[in-house]
Structure formats: C-alpha cells, structure tokens
Design a binder for this molecule. Structure first.
Ligand SMILES: Cc1cc2nc3c(=O)[nH]c(=O)nc-3n(C[C@H](O)[C@H](O)[C@H](O)COP(=O)(O)OP(=O)(O)OC[C@H]3O[C@@H](n4cnc5c(N)ncnc54)[C@H](O)[C@@H]3O)c2cc1C
Length: 350
C-alpha cells in the first residue's frame, strides 16, 4: 500500500491552490481530477477587490490582494511562468450619475486606494460616459494557468485522473483503495453535494454562462466591465460573461435566455463585428452568507473542506489555501466567518 500525507479531491482553484501549499511545504499528496470543465476553468480570472455593483470593497480585501501576487510568484518557481497578469478592470459607466458616484468614492477615504479618479476614454467599445480603473485589480491567465498546473501535477505523477469514488474511502482506516493517507481535503465545488461527509454544507450552485467570441478589431487592454466582463483571453478566445443565473434550471445545459441576455449586452457595449464560437456553462459554488467554507469535519479530525469560493475563485482560492494549510499544520486560526464550524454550531450542517 502506498502512503501519502494528503489526498485532495478537486482540480479547480481550491484544489490546485491547496496543492500549491503542499508542494511548497514538501508534503506528499495525490490530487483527484474528474477531468471535467468546471467553473474555475471557464472563469475570466479577474482578481478584483471592489464590488462593482455597489462600489464597496470585498471582505478582507487587503489580506487577499496582498497574498495574491505572493502565491503566483511562488507557483511560478515550478511552473516556470507567472500567470498573474497586470490587466486591470475598467468600469464603463452606465450614465453620468454612476460616473459621479465613482468619482465621489475615488475621493473618499473608503476607496481612494482602490479606484482611480481619472476618467478614461476607451477606444474600441461604446463608452459615452468614460470608464474608471480599479487600481489594484489584475487577471489570471486562466487557460495557461490550469493547463500548466495540471500538466505539472501529471508530470510529477501526483494527479489521479478519475472521479473520486466515495465508496472506496475507508474513513476509519484512512485508506482509499491501495492508498493510505494522513489527511484529506475535499475541494469539489458544487459537487460537494455528493460527498457523504460534507454534503450538507450550504453550497448553492449559481449557474454562469459565458461566450467565447472572435473579433477582428483590437480591444482596449483591460477587463472591460459593464453589465459583464469583456476581455481578450487568447488569440482565439475573447471572453464575454458571465451571467449570474441564480434561478437557473439546475443543469449544466445552455439556456437560451442567458445567451440572449449576453448577446444583447455585448451589442450594447461592443459596436463591431464578432462571431460567437462557443457558449460555456458552469456552476459557481456560492454560500448564502457570502463567505468561503473551510475547516475541519466535526467528528473526523483529518477530513477537511475547502469550498464556497463564490465569484472570486482566484482571490479566495489563493488566500484561503494558506489559511487552511496553516490551520492544519501550524496551529493557525481560521477567520470565524469562513470556518465550517459556523454551520456545525448553528446546526445547519448535521
Ligand atoms: C462564468 C464564470 C465566470 C467566473 N469568473 C470569475 C472571475 O473572473 N474571477 C474569479 O476569481 N472567479 C470567477 N468565477 C468563479 C470561480 O470560477 C469559482 O469561485 C471557482 O471556480 C470555484 O473553484 P472551486 O475549485 O471551488 O470549484 P470548481 O471550479 O467547481 O472546481 C471543482 C473541481 O472538482 C472536480 N470534482 C468534483 N467532484 C470530484 C470528484 N468526486 N472526483 C474528482 N474531481 C471532482 C470538478 O470536476 C471540478 O473540476 C467565475 C465562474 C463562472 C461560472
């Protein structure tokens, strides 16, 4: 029987960033990947400390933004490239009132470090009221990052390319088939509902559609944000999305009303010719109280959950992977607001 320090279930932002903590700390592990295209893999990769619908900072924004470049720089040591790009979010103002609110906030103590007070004029999209830059924001090269990370795990022989079968897990012996392990971290996104140990965690699927389009014009070099994000991901893939289909049909099928919504909003923003090559759909793992869910199982001491990253997989995934690792290995603390214990204590998870 082979022995490892950790098993990880899941290959999205949560799974790979936790794998990063293990690589950095020279722990042995195996990571299970079902090989499906999930929310992480179709995301825009925007790392944005500001909630653009309300012009507020996200929870723990400074801690998250401080750690983000550190995590990507550490990862670059073994992937050979830094996949965090200096590509900020620019908000295209809907009207004069929104622009005025932005400028007020940019001059107030609350957001003066996060958003710029200069009104930009974009050249390739409709922006009669101009746009404002989110100073600290950036973007992950999503396609490159996951391709390189997964390939690295495969080359190291630590990725198991199969769906983790909960029937094969012996929770008392801490074995999975022919592998024995010390600890297991479940990072399955919305598929956590199939997990016999954490399936009652209040993870709510939020379906998101995004278009993959081709354009002939050049695009302003930002994550252009109006109703949705418009951003060039690669020569072949310009991203437009993603929808927040809270009342989606619960499947991973494309829904025409979401596509119509995207196309309508894209045409309002982008006045040039484009071709839709593909519509991609996935489910974000959100939590009603908008905080991640990390921490230890109530009765199984070596079983952990890493989930609920919401709409901010890159920022939450990088930061909370370290918090979870330090909690497990170094007696660190977990923010009570993000600790799975909050649901055990309120009897919301039985
Ligand atoms: C359209 C869209 C746009 C987004 N844009 C952004 C953005 O710009 N910036 C940002 O930060 N976030 C964005 N997000 C949100 C972000 O993608 C999520 O927060 C993030 O993907 C959650 O990561 P995760 O690893 O928890 O879950 P997931 O991405 O769902 O990954 C979980 C993985 O675990 C695998 N898995 C599950 N069960 C098993 C099993 N039994 N065995 C093996 N593998 C298993 C799944 O196949 C999946 O690949 C976006 C999401 C969507 C849908």
């Amino acid at each position: 029987m082979m022995h490892v320090d950790y098993l990880i279930v899941g290959d999205g932002y949560a799974g790979v960033f936790f794998a990063h903590q293990l690589i950095k700390n020279k722990k042995s592990f195996r990571l299970f990947s079902a090989g499906k295209r999930a929310a992480s893999h179709i995301s825009a990769g925007a790392c944005n400390p500001v909630i653009l619908s309300r012009f507020n900072k996200i929870w723990k924004h400074q801690e998250l933004m401080n750690y983000l470049p550190i995590a990507f720089s550490e990862v670059s040591e073994y992937l050979g490239k830094n996949y965090l790009l200096d590509q900020p979010v620019v908000r295209v103002f809907h009207d004069e009132a929104e622009r005025n609110t932005w400028l007020e906030k940019a001059h107030s103590d609350k957001l003066s470090h996060e958003i710029s007070d200069k009104v930009l004029e974009l050249h390739h999209v409709n922006n009669p009221y101009g746009g404002g830059k989110v100073i600290q924001s950036s973007r992950v090269d999503v396609l490159g990052f996951f391709k390189a990370f997964h390939q690295y795990l495969e080359e190291q022989g630590v990725m198991i390319k199969e769906s983790f079968n909960y029937q094969l897990l012996d929770a008392q012996q801490k074995t999975y088939g022919e592998i024995s392990f010390d600890k297991i971290v479940f990072a399955e996104g919305v598929k956590v509902k199939d997990n016999p140990y954490f399936g009652t965690a209040p993870v709510v699927p939020n379906k998101g559609h995004r278009l993959s389009i081709s354009i002939d014009e050049i695009l302003d070099p930002y994550i252009i944000s109006k109703k949705h994000f418009l951003v060039k991901m690669s020569e072949e893939d310009v991203y437009y999305g993603g929808t927040n289909d809270k009342l989606g049909d619960g499947t991973e099928q494309v829904e025409q009303k979401s596509v119509d919504d995207l196309v309508g909003n894209l045409e309002d923003l982008y006045p040039h010719h484009y071709r839709v090559n593909q519509v991609l759909v996935a489910q974000r793992a959100t939590v009603p109280d908008r905080r991640p869910i990390i921490g230890r199982h109530n009765s199984l001491h070596d079983f952990y959950i890493f989930n609920g990253l919401g709409a901010r997989g890159a920022l939450n995934g990088s930061f909370f992977s370290k918090m979870l690792y330090d909690f497990i290995e170094n007696n660190g603390m977990i923010f009570p607001e993000a600790d799975v214990q909050r649901f055990y204590l309120s009897n919301k998870m039985l």
